[in-house]
Ligand binder design. Structure first.
Ligand SMILES: NC(=O)c1ccc[n+]([C@@H]2O[C@H](COP(=O)([O-])OP(=O)(O)OC[C@H]3O[C@@H](n4cnc5c(N)ncnc54)[C@H](OP(=O)(O)O)[C@@H]3O)[C@@H](O)[C@H]2O)c1
Length: 305
């Protein structure tokens, strides 16, 4: 049994990880901040992680084998609006957690992002130099560096994922489902490429990576690059929504404040080799997302708050 301490447990990744992993072979203690989770089924604490001494206390009391650090200011527009807070949470905090993990000989997994790249080239490998375009991307890259500087045994994964969230609005997949299920027209960007992974598949891969004690920097995104338009169309087809509601559009017409990188396809060869198998298939991940929808999972987790 592995004991995971999961920060950001009220977030999209943290909650799905905790619900999927706790109680089977492993134990999860989650840490939320401003979003209390009432009956999540796993142990859930509340803490402002930037407060002095909080991380040390959590590690001493919970005695985890692995810290999965998901907490972040992950909303790109919120980072543009408050760059100081983004720097404190995304750049400084990961390094402080990494130092405590190192001191207590606890394995640390830092969740980073594909967005560290400018997207000019695509198919990025871990050795490619990042060139962040937004406050979010820059602060997340600084967070990666802060972690590996004080704790080279830590694992830093650059991810991109989708799933169901407490707010019902956190992922792009939810955006498409929410709009299309109500017959609303939406734009799908044809000029933004990414590699989405279903969050439950990501949870499985993170558990495997922890058990293999992977260290250093790895790209851990979906196996299939696609445009945001293609992603929306795949969701519409799987859910039986009208594909005609999705209009092909350019990100330039999206009215977004934070700059988006056009091609965020990442090469996953390094992690495939380390895990010893291919990464989960996109269509199967989407089927899992749809199966959760049919079983009322979105309503179930919205009621947790
Ligand atoms: N979503 C994506 O597609 C995506 C893509 C690439 C990388 N990532 C990365 O994946 C990770 C998880 O993202 P997500 O989408 O799950 O994030 P999310 O849904 O926005 O959740 C963020 C979490 O961080 C917590 N948090 C923020 N500031 C905190 C603080 N000062 N102290 C304690 N907790 C704090 C929040 O707690 P409260 O809500 O309780 O305050 C929440 O649980 C992040 O590192 C993000 O950068 C996400």
């Amino acid at each position: 049994m592995t004991r995971f301490l999961v920060t950001g447990v009220s977030g999209l990744l943290g909650l799905n990880f905790a619900m999927a992993v706790d109680g089977k072979k492993h134990q999860v203690t989650g840490v939320a901040n401003t979003t209390p989770l009432t009956w999540a089924g796993f142990k859930c604490l509340q803490a402002e992680l930037t407060e002095q001494g909080v991380i040390e206390k959590l590690v001493e009391e919970e005695k985890p084998d692995v810290i999965l650090h998901c907490a972040a200011i992950a909303n790109m527009e919120a980072c543009e609006a408050n760059p100081e807070l983004a720097a404190e949470v995304n750049s400084v905090l990961p390094g402080r957690i990494a130092a405590v993990a190192h001191k207590h000989d606890v394995q640390m997994i830092q969740i980073s992002t594909d967005a560290v790249f400018d997207g000019a080239k695509g198919n990025y490998i871990e050795a490619d130099a990042p060139n962040p375009l937004s406050v979010y991307a820059r602060t997340k890259w600084e967070g990666e560096n802060a972690v590996l500087e004080v704790n080279p045994q830590a694992l830093v994964t650059r991810v991109n994922f989708y799933g169901w969230s407490v707010s019902g609005t956190r992922s792009l997949a939810e955006f498409f489902v929410n709009a299309l299920s109500q017959g609303k027209n939406v734009k799908g960007f044809t000029d933004v490429i990414f590699c989405p992974m279903m969050v439950l598949d990501l949870a499985d891969m993170l558990v495997e990576a922890a058990h293999k004690n992977l260290q250093g920097l790895y790209h851990l995104v979906g196996a299939q690059p696609m445009s945001k338009y293609d992603f929306g169309m795949a969701i519409a087809r799987t859910f039986g929504f009208d594909t005609g509601l999705i209009a092909a559009a350019s990100v330039m017409d999206g009215g977004l404040t934070a700059a988006r990188s056009p091609n965020l396809s990442l090469d996953t060869g390094k992690i495939v080799k380390a895990l010893g198998h291919e990464l989960p298939d996109f269509e199967r991940g989407l089927d899992k997302f749809f199966a959760q929808y049919r079983h009322g999972f979105p309503q179930y987790i919205r009621a947790l708050e």
